[in-house]
Write a protein that binds this ligand. Structure first.
Ligand code: ACO
Length: 363
């Protein structure tokens, strides 16, 4: 019998994700397939799958409605001897993929051929823009919509695949309506190389609404507070309450990365909440370095258009002590806070971008 190592495959190499489209000659793969960046949340810290030779785990998605289909192939499987058995890949993936992913390949292919050519993403068309001569659309939707739940369930495996430490949304949460989901799609203008799909999925972003309660002063009796009314579910319009809108998951799939789409997508979502009267602050849940970079540049570009931000300067009359710690009056704090509140940017993020600006104004 061979050693265990001979029967192990790195899980990120074994998994191959592709977008496909029905075409006149069957089903074709669109562009390059890609591997996940991380698989440890699924297959464990060692990121190894035991028990197969030449293992391939193909996760194919119909590019528009993102119906998934899983196929597992291998040259040899480890014979079950005693307690050592090959990893049950289907069972592990069932926790991360909806049932439809386990359909037979033939049923999947039949199903995607019946997707209507006038199919559109769920929700409402929010904006359209061009990038590198291609047309992109952002669709805005609420997670309470069953079509949105279905799409999110299909694509959520991308969270462990690409966002380190990210967590999937419980789509069946009774508070599902607090989630807004933005879908980024390439809109196909003609049937061409990419087959018959009218749309190609490019990414998505979820935003959670936290209510931002401020009790009036002096506080009224508890039964009269907004919080109680909301909790008791009385006739009270929650959508009118001030809130903090938190970007929770933000993802552009590898096929579309590095083309400026993430930056355009983020700026669009940011502008949406800037216009949203109830949102008092736009925050981000555990941003990673790549997202921080994208956000710093986008926020800086936006703030630089505001004359009151441009006017912020380091007070050069202030003496900096030998300790090097800047005194609190080095900038006009009230003016900074006024811009920050207007821009709805959280304090820590505003401080990062303000520093970029102040450094750029130094002679
Ligand atoms: N053509 C080519 N390159 C461009 C263009 C363009 N037109 N415009 C910008 N770029 C460059 C940018 O300058 C940037 O370069 P840099 O990396 O050297 O700074 C780079 O391309 C990336 O910018 P975008 O293309 O706008 O970003 P992208 O579309 O690749 O999206 C993102 C970035 C969201 C991080 C994406 O890579 C991704 O989804 N990664 C995996 C998931 C992830 O990490 N998500 C964020 C987690 S945090 C959270 O979810 C809250």
């Amino acid at each position: 019998m061979s050693s265990n190592d001979d029967w192990s495959t790195p899980s990120s190499d074994a998994v191959l994700v592709s977008l496909v489209s029905p075409s006149t000659r069957g089903v074709k793969t669109i562009s390059h397939s890609f591997h996940p960046k991380f698989t440890y949340p699924i297959f464990g810290d060692s990121e190894e799958i035991f028990g197969y030779k030449d293992l391939e785990i193909n996760l194919r998605y119909n590019a528009s409605d993102m119906r998934p289909n899983l196929t597992i192939s291998y040259a040899k499987k480890y014979p079950a001897v005693g307690e050592t058995e090959a990893t049950d890949i289907n069972e592990i993936l069932r926790e991360f993929l909806p049932e439809v992913a386990f359909q037979k390949k033939g049923d999947f292919e039949t199903a995607i051929k019946s997707v209507r050519e006038d199919w559109t993403p769920p929700g409402e068309l929010d904006t359209t823009f061009k990038s590198n001569h291609k047309t992109f659309e952002v669709w805005k939707a609420n997670l309470a919509d069953p079509a949105v739940k279905q799409l999110v369930k299909r694509i959520q495996i991308f969270v462990p695949f690409f966002i380190e430490g990210g967590s999937a949304i419980d789509v069946d949460d009774p508070d599902a309506d607090r989630w807004t989901v933005f879908f980024l799609y390439q809109k196909m203008t003609a049937v061409g190389d990419t087959g018959r799909n009218p749309y190609i999925f490019a990414g998505y972003c979820t935003v959670y609404r936290f209510f931002h309660f401020r009790l009036p002063t002096p506080p009224p009796s508890p039964s009269e507070t907004d919080l109680e009314k909301a909790t008791l579910g009385q006739d009270f319009d929650l959508s009118q309450l001030p809130c903090r809108s938190r970007i929770s998951q933000f993802l552009v799939i590898p096929l579309f990365q590095g083309k400026g789409l993430g930056s355009r997508f983020y700026s669009h979502v940011f502008q949406e909440y800037l216009k949203h009267p109830q949102t008092v602050e736009i925050t981000v849940e555990d941003p990673n370095e790549a997202f921080d970079d994208l956000r710093d540049i986008a926020d800086y570009q936006y703030l630089r258009q505001l004359p009151e931000f441009q006017a912020l300067r380091i007070n050069t009359d202030v003496t900096i002590p030998k300790s090097g710690t800047a005194p609190s009056n080095i900038v006009d704090k009230a003016a900074c806070e006024a811009v920050r509140v207007k821009a709805k940017i959280a304090p820590r993020q505003f401080a990062r971008v303000l520093e970029m600006h102040l450094l750029s104004t130094l002679p």
